[in-house]
Design a protein around this ligand. Structure first.
Ligand code: AMP
Length: 618
């Protein structure tokens, strides 16, 4: 049986754990220097890629090529994150609307950055065991959607790890405390890390965890504690050392490097104050040194509003789950910031019971991931098996391709949402075909259901926004809903995906997916190329109709010739020929497209302003 490791891929820190065969207990693995936490920071330097502590040291020197908090960007579209980019010193750019990070000489994607972290942990485990490790259980927040989970899997693949299971972080934390052994109960997992706060309310029944509700704040955590302390210190330095700063020519607030050092000193002081009542912060600045005594009570006064801010989402999650605080049986603390005594006090007051904090709050998720890994590797047979979808679920899209919404092995209950559109102008009925299986083409998968979304307003192809939602409940019942967002028209259907499938069927379907993988990918690429050709044809024909007055006779002849060539090859088997004809088509229509855009811009903005805009871009 090959070994499976458990990995907590965190926003601030990441770590790896395994279950010790002798004791049956999960344990974290430390690096050569005895450190368990690997800061989730990757620095791309001219001499190579640095990870963890080594990368952290580059935060000050290389702010634009040292990437942290990459978890926030996993599986996100540019639109999802553009409001927060100003908070990061590195540059985020959209590549096909997917978030990428621009370095000095290239761009990298979030999964590539996460893969550097995963590879480091994989190597750490390999050194510990003296053997190659190829499989891992990786945890993600309970609210992660399908594309964020997929991005996490991709990161694993890039790192040479088969992510055999993605587990929700609160479920992992509960597993670490053995709460799966509750016959029945409700667990609240309060997770306050560096940059994010999550509260999850889980129901455990016979070893199966069901997420009843999640809530939180994606911009609240220990980093915010650090920020308020830093600002407070900044004011203190400026008022006490005004003359020194002026003499040394230091403009504190604008000096990136000094501010970074001040932030690190503030964080260190905060950490000391979790165990000590008082501490002293020392920071050399120019020709003088800044000293400041801080009492825990002072820190608590500064951060109390932030701690209070976590309680709103807790109450909301409880309300969503239809529960009162007293109906929660167990409270689990996760995340480095739950070491802050004030945080523990506030949580205890709210629930009226002492939270579980015996395990290290930084390690508890990784320990739980290790427990899950051990179960999957067959080490624990008497214990639970979290329910999972045995096969991928998706819908058929244009050309008979399957678009997977929920990947095989996803823990249920789960949901996923994706946007689709129409492929034909004026389409008012959309046929939805729900499929199960691992193959790329609909005809090779199992058909689960078909239903129609009717009453879509006639619009040009590609305009309607059809949101398809898959929802699998704890009993494995799949609900599929399709909704056209412009008109609000909706339709839905319910199916039992595994109905009538034996273990052997599932195994065969998975095996087939490997056997046919190569051929499937080729067919898929052919269909996608054809689809693209089809889209181009539709657009060009529409442009020739709508922009007739903008086309000269010989240009029209050229375009029509390219159109004829493309139509002649589009249904053939030669992908290169279709691609070339599509490219040629795009080339000859480029001037027309530009003229049409200018015309549209002019009519939208008035001629004078359009001339300015067009003029200024030249
Ligand atoms: P995590 O994202 O769970 O790794 O948590 C990291 C956050 O926990 C950072 O903001 C740390 O400053 C904070 N943290 C770690 N240890 C302590 C401690 N002893 N007291 C207070 N905060 C801590």
């Amino acid at each position: 049986m090959s070994r499976i490791i458990g990995i907590d891929l965190g926003t601030t820190n990441s770590l790896v754990a395994y279950v010790d065969e002798k004791t049956g207990l999960p344990r974290v693995i430390s690096d050569e220097d005895g450190r368990v936490l690997l800061p989730s920071i990757v620095s791309f330097t001219p001499d190579g890629v640095l990870v963890g502590e080594a990368a952290r040291r580059q935060l000050v020197r290389r702010p634009t090529s040292t990437v942290y908090s990459v978890k926030r960007f996993m599986g996100q579209g540019y639109g999802d994150v553009k409001d927060e980019l100003k908070f990061f010193p590195f540059t985020i750019v959209p590549v096909d609307n997917v978030v990428s990070i621009r370095l000095d000489d290239r761009t990298v994607t979030p999964p590539e950055v996460s893969a550097v972290i995963l590879r480091t942990l994989k190597e750490r485990a390999e050194r510990h065991f003296g053997e190659t490790i190829e499989k891992a259980v990786v945890t993600v927040p309970a609210y992660f959607n399908d594309s964020q989970r997929q991005a996490t899997r991709d990161a694993g693949r890039i790192a040479g790890l088969d992510v055999v299971r993605i587990v929700n972080e609160p479920t992992a934390a509960s597993l670490a405390y053995g709460l799966d052994r509750l016959k029945e109960g409700v667990v609240a997992v309060y997770d306050l890390g560096g940059g994010t706060f999550d509260i999850s309310i889980l129901r455990v029944q016979d070893g199966i965890f069901e997420v009843l509700a999640t809530n939180g704040d994606t911009h609240l955590g220990g980093d915010d504690f650090d920020r308020v302390i830093t600002l407070w210190l900044l004011e203190d330095i400026q008022s006490r050392h005004c003359a020194d700063l002026e003499r040394d020519g230091i403009d504190l607030a604008r000096d990136h490097e000094v501010m970074q050092e001040l932030r690190l000193a503030a964080e260190a002081a905060k950490i000391r104050l979790s165990s000590a009542e008082r501490t002293t912060l020392t920071l050399p600045l120019g020709s003088f040194t800044y000293h400041r005594d801080i009492a825990r009570a002072e820190l608590e006064r500064l951060i109390d509003p932030l701690v209070g801010k976590t309680l709103g989402p807790v109450r909301m999650a409880l309300a969503d789950a239809g529960l009162r605080p007293s109906q929660v049986d167990e409270v689990v603390m996760v995340g480095g910031s739950t070491r802050v005594p004030l945080v523990r006090r506030r949580v205890q007051e709210l629930f009226g019971k002492t939270p579980h904090s015996q395990l290290n709050p930084d390690e508890v998720v990784a320990l739980g991931a290790a427990v899950q890994a051990h179960i999957l590797a067959g080490g624990i047979t008497s214990m639970l098996l979290l329910d999972v979808t045995p096969l991928s679920l998706g819908i058929e899209t244009f050309g008979g391709i399957v678009s997977v919404l929920i990947a095989r092995n996803t823990t249920v209950p789960t949901s996923a949402r994706e946007m689709f559109t129409t492929s034909v102008d004026g389409q008012t009925v959309v046929d939805l075909h729900v499929l199960q299986g691992e193959r790329e083409l609909a005809k090779d998968c199992r058909s689960l259901a078909r239903f129609e979304l009717r009453g879509v307003d006639p619009m040009p192809a590609g305009m309607p926004k059809i949101e398809v939602t898959f929802l699998i409940d704890a009993n494995g019942i799949l609900q599929v809903q399709a909704k056209e967002l412009r008109t609000g028209k909706a339709a839905s259907i319910e199916v039992k995906p595994t109905y009538g499938l034996s273990e052997a069927d599932v195994e065969r379907m998975v095996e087939d997916s490997f056997t046919y993988a190569e051929a499937d990918v080729e067919t898929r690429m052919l269909i996608e190329t054809r689809n693209e050709a089809e889209t181009v044809i539709t657009h060009v024909e529409r442009a020739l109709r709508q922009g007739a007055q903008l086309v000269e006779a010989d240009e029209r002849a050229q375009i029509e010739a390219a159109l004829a060539t493309l139509k002649a090859v589009r249904d053939g088997q030669d992908r290169d020929a279709i691609r070339e004809a599509t490219t040629a088509m795009n080339r000859v229509t480029e001037p027309l497209a530009e003229r049409m855009m200018d015309a549209a811009l002019k009519s939208a903005l008035g001629t004078r302003r359009a001339a300015e805009i067009i003029g200024s871009s030249e």
